[in-house]
Design a protein around this ligand. Sequence first.
Ligand SMILES: [Zn+2]
Length: 99
Amino acid sequence: MSGRTRSLACPERTCVGCRERVAKNDLLRVAVSGDACVPDPRGTLPGRGAHLHPDLVCFDLAVRRRAFSRAFRSKETFDTAELRRYVEQNTKPVEVAAP
Ligand SMILES: [Zn+2]
């Protein structure tokens, strides 16, 4: 423990969208299933994972940068429809026009 100033209790990951380094708990794990990127909120899917803020801004950035292909070391473009739906449903709306 001596000499260590950083705690290992809070692992950090880089968001593949905005490239910010944040606590792993703040990010959604994304895994690959077939040729699709799927959300893995419980971190139970096998294989390589990418981490993303559950936010459409970061999602769009990641798609535009082909960050998922890079994260999963593939030349293919992954189907992100399911992931997008998940992010949409889990994004806390910032500006909501009251009905
Ligand atoms: Zn982000």
